[in-house]
Design a binder for this molecule. Structure first.
Ligand SMILES: [Zn+2]
Length: 69
């Protein structure tokens, strides 16, 4: 499992992790919703549903090992 932390203040609904892809190291676009978070890598087309925890100064994403739906 790989974890990322981002200091995003109040705006954590949609953002990019510049090297967040655990498969290719590419930029991962993350969209957070009340139901959960979705991430997508434009380079290798990796889709994932990271676990998201809201922290005091941002969010913490935990990517599991499962890459397929
Ligand atoms: Zn990737």
């Amino acid at each position: 499992m790989t974890e990322f932390e981002s200091n995003l203040g109040e705006r954590f609904a949609e953002f990019v992790l510049p090297d967040g892809c655990v498969l290719c190291g590419g930029a991962v676009s993350v969209r957070a919703t009340p139901a959960g978070a979705h991430s997508y890598c434009a380079r290798c087309h990796w889709l994932s549903k990271p676990r998201m925890r809201v922290k005091e100064n941002g969010v913490e994403l935990s990517f599991g090992a499962t890459a397929t739906a």
